[in-house]
Design a protein around this ligand. Structure first.
Ligand code: GLY
Length: 396
């Protein structure tokens, strides 16, 4: 082939990519989703700056904030980072830095497993997008703090302290904290963080799942010999029910651990959880679950948009690892379309300036029922970013 014909072929390829690539403005639901998210986030960021705290929820007409002790404190800065990634608007970067750096003290916390959520969504995204060396140090310190909760004889990271009813509780949510440890193994070259993550994921796989591939919320272990003492719930309807967000943590956690290890047993588990969720007779047609798949008052039970957003984000990623990935991507799209409809998407300036309505924090404790939540917004934006990348949809 002559150089001239090679150049023509390359030009044709570039041209065909350009004309096939879509802009978000051509997809009405996506345009609404992104534009509204920007408006809400910009307004929230301005309004809440003076208080120097990250917004958590809007309940009974009042904003509740998350300080550095609250497991949700990293999600608002994380949302700002995702919006910066989407739009390249430096205003989002500046605001993301401001709200991220409010969380400096989290890196030294050894009294909770949630440092992964708190730091990876905030400093983790910040480091990914800017390469800021100070953020890297925070992630390493935070991981060292988290590792103090990994006891080799049990083989798991302990979730909570000071709960009289449990010796060594591990909740399915804890799978998400492994992402920061895997990242810190990569950036430091020190394998112990990842080794602990693999041990935690393996033992969770062994003990958290039921025959039907749904999972328990809490498994309580013997702190000396690591044997299972009990399998119960904390935020679900009952010990044997399938708490909707918990199934999301499992789906997201095993998809992420497959990314980090390429171990097929994690992929297999993620697929089993996806099947449980997507084929469940109690999943409504819009694919936004009730707060628990076994809630007693279905179809009048509250929906949980946060669980739906977590499913969407995980399903987009899962779709890239399997041959029949289109089904997962289609399911994620369906969820995102539902969440971007007026039923779930806030009107401009409403909903305490959060993006999504209708999530459930902790129904058994009668807290945060049918409210916006910062983590619903975070996983919704993450899902939108992942979806646009998967479909090669641009914003500019
Ligand atoms: N990690 C706590 C929750 O999902 O509510």
């Amino acid at each position: 082939m002559t150089n001239k014909s090679k150049s023509i072929i390359i030009l044709l390829l570039v041209f065909s990519t350009l004309i096939s690539a879509k802009n978000y403005k051509e997809i009405p639901w996506l345009k609404t989703a992104i534009d509204r998210s920007q408006e809400q986030l910009l307004a929230a960021s301005e309004k809440y700056k003076a208080g120097k705290l990250n917004p958590r929820t809007f309940e009974n007409g009042k904003i509740n904030f998350a300080n550095f002790k609250d497991w949700t404190c990293g999600f608002f800065p994380g949302s700002l980072w995702y919006m910066y990634e989407l739009t390249n608007n430096v205003k989002f970067k500046k605001d993301a830095e401001f709200y991220t750096e409010l969380l400096d003290q989290v890196q030294y916390r050894k009294d909770t497993h949630d440092v992964g959520f708190m730091l990876y969504c905030s400093y983790g995204n910040g480091f990914r997008l800017t390469g800021n060396e100070n953020y890297k140090k925070v992630l390493i310190n935070g991981s060292n703090s988290l590792m103090t909760r990994f006891h080799p004889e049990v083989g798991l990271i302990k979730s909570w302290d000071k709960r009289k009813e449990w010796q060594y509780p591990v909740i399915i949510d804890n799978m998400l904290n492994l992402e920061m440890l895997c990242e810190v193994s990569k950036i430091t070259g020190e394998n112990s963080y990842k080794k602990a993550s693999v041990s935690h994921a393996d033992k969770t796989l062994e003990n958290h799942f039921r025959e039907d591939n749904s999972c328990f919320h809490v498994v309580n272990y013997d702190s000396i010999n690591g044997k299972v003492i009990s399998k119960v719930t904390h935020q679900g309807f009952s010990n044997s029910s399938a708490w909707a967000r918990g199934q999301g943590w499992a789906l997201y956690g095993y998809t992420m651990m497959y990314r980090e290890t390429r171990d097929p047993k994690y992929l297999n588990q993620a697929r089993k959880v996806a099947t449980f969720i997507l084929n469940n007779p109690n999943l409504p047609a819009d694919k936004v679950p009730y707060w628990d798949f076994n809630a007693p008052n279905i179809p009048d039970a509250p929906r949980d948009a946060s669980a739906a957003a977590i499913y969407a984000s995980a399903l987009v990623e899962l779709s890239s690892y399997v041959k029949n990935g289109k089904d997962y991507l289609d399911a994620a799209e369906k969820i995102l379309i539902s969440l971007s409809s007026p039923t779930y998407l806030a009107e401009k300036g409403e909903n305490g300036l959060f993006i999504l309505k209708h999530s459930v924090g902790n129904l058994p404790a009668k807290k945060e029922i049918d409210v916006p939540l910062n983590y619903a917004d975070y996983y919704y934006l993450e899902a939108l970013v992942r979806f646009m990348k998967a479909k090669e949809i641009s914003i500019n």
